[in-house]
Ligand binder design. Structure first.
Ligand SMILES: Cc1cc2nc3c(=O)[nH]c(=O)nc-3n(C[C@H](O)[C@H](O)[C@H](O)COP(=O)(O)OP(=O)(O)OC[C@H]3O[C@@H](n4cnc5c(N)ncnc54)[C@H](O)[C@@H]3O)c2cc1C
Length: 383
């Protein structure tokens, strides 16, 4: 068939963009369509961290944390111009996690990812270092490191590379219908274009099940839970280039992170929602974030100090737990009817793990794709 693509990707968030770059670099003919601008959804509304996810250790997610720490190392190198290491302080609070729990967590965090260029964690005296930021009752703390990134730029850089490697990228063009036939997939875009492809990848983030049910029309095996996470932005609460990992009374974590030189980025929340479209922070979420900050910081803030807010939707795999305990790992759902028309649905995931996810996608689809001599290549090639 003329003009047939090897891979069609629905969605140009970080996952779609990463897969497009990886696949195009292996010589596959790739087509990616996004209904809006690439990177305009969840992938630009994150906490902008490339992190192992210290908190996930509490949920015994050792595999995810290990993979994320390894990726933190790799992404800091291949995207060094948009990534910077950031120290994080966990103030110790008597009522919450004990010192030994924090120490065990940090010991694991320092070690399970293997060799790292990030400094090891340590205990610190907050009356000596970073004095005057937190209330005096928070005298003990722990310092560890993660990385801050420009999330939207990360998507755009992957897309630019994918284009250079020959991928076709189309923005503002929704996938409205797909048909499976003996030779692959016929995909209809909103502007009427018909595209033929061998494999179809559903990388539509929080829209995943909407697309499975209404566009692809296959049976979905995995229920998901849509959870809104919101941030507030205030003028910076302190001068130092250091972030805080605050434990809230409900045992969640709220980050306060230096943002664009002049601001503090504060988030997130977890609120179950029905639809993934146009998420907006509620009054309760604003109050929740303000209360956590005011519990710890000398500088007290109120609603009037908020200069901007944003919200994103996490598509979490439903396992009927509290939102903070639901896995942040990704899961693939490979649907095969005949070997010419594989469908891969991608559930969940994190910004941090997009590169590894992309490699695994290619590995999963390789029995159904043309053979290629190019092995895994993205870990050492700067964006
Ligand atoms: C509040 C919050 C904070 C987070 N913080 C972090 C963090 O600090 N670090 C981290 O590693 N991870 C973080 N994450 C997770 C991370 O942001 C997501 O895992 C990641 O952005 C998901 O990318 P994605 O490509 O799957 O989805 P998205 O970025 O949502 O991309 C999906 C794309 O599909 C497109 N699409 C949908 N339907 C169609 C259609 N019919 N046709 C064409 N295109 C379509 C959409 O327009 C969208 O661009 C956070 C998530 C949230 C919600």
């Amino acid at each position: 068939m003329k003009n047939k693509f090897d891979i069609f990707i629905i969605g140009g968030g970080i996952n779609g963009a990463g897969i497009a770059r990886d696949a195009a670099g292996r010589g596959f003919k790739v087509y990616l369509a996004d209904k809006n601008k690439v990177g305009s959804a969840t992938s630009s509304w994150s906490s902008k961290l490339i992190h192992g996810g210290l908190r996930y250790l509490e949920n015994y997610e050792f595999k995810l944390v290990r993979e994320s720490l390894k990726e933190r190392e790799i992404i800091s190198k291949i995207a060094s111009n948009i990534t910077k290491p950031m120290p994080f302080i966990i103030p110790y609070s008597k009522k919450l996690r004990s010192k030994w729990i924090i120490r065990i967590g940090l010991f694991l965090y320092d070690n399970i990812g293997g060799k790292t260029s990030f400094p090891k964690s340590k205990k610190i005296d907050l009356n000596k270092k970073y004095k005057g930021i937190l209330k005096e009752k928070f005298s003990d703390g722990f310092k560890y490191y993660d990385a801050q990134i420009d999330d939207k730029k990360l998507v755009e850089m992957n897309i630019e590379d994918a284009k250079k490697l020959g991928a076709t990228i189309v923005e503002n063009n929704k996938v409205i219908e797909v048909k499976r036939n003996d030779f692959g997939w016929e995909i209809t875009l909103e502007n009427g274009d018909l595209i033929n492809s061998n494999a179809l990848i559903n990388a539509s983030g929080p829209w995943i099940n909407e697309i499975i049910n209404n566009v692809i029309r296959v049976k979905t095996k995995k229920p998901i839970r849509l959870v809104r996470g919101s941030h507030i932005i205030t003028k910076k609460l302190y001068e130092e280039e250091v972030a805080f990992t605050l434990q809230s009374d409900d045992n969640r974590i709220v980050f306060v992170i230096p943002y664009k030189n002049k601001y503090s980025l504060i988030g997130t929340t977890e609120v179950d929602v029905i639809k993934p479209d146009n998420p907006v922070i509620s009054d309760e979420e604003q109050k929740y974030l303000i209360d956590v900050v005011n519990n710890y910081f000398f500088t007290q803030i109120s609603k009037g100090d908020i200069v901007e807010t944003y919200s994103g939707i996490r598509p979490l795999i439903e396992d009927y737990k509290e939102a903070s305990k639901v896995t942040r790992d990704y899961i693939f759902d490979l649907n095969i009817q005949n070997k010419n028309s594989p469908l891969l649905n991608i559930y969940g995931g994190k910004l941090t793990t997009y590169r590894k996810l992309s490699e695994k996608v290619i590995e999963k689809l390789s029995p159904y794709l043309p053979t290629t001599k190019v092995k895994n290549w993205t870990a050492s090639k700067p964006l």
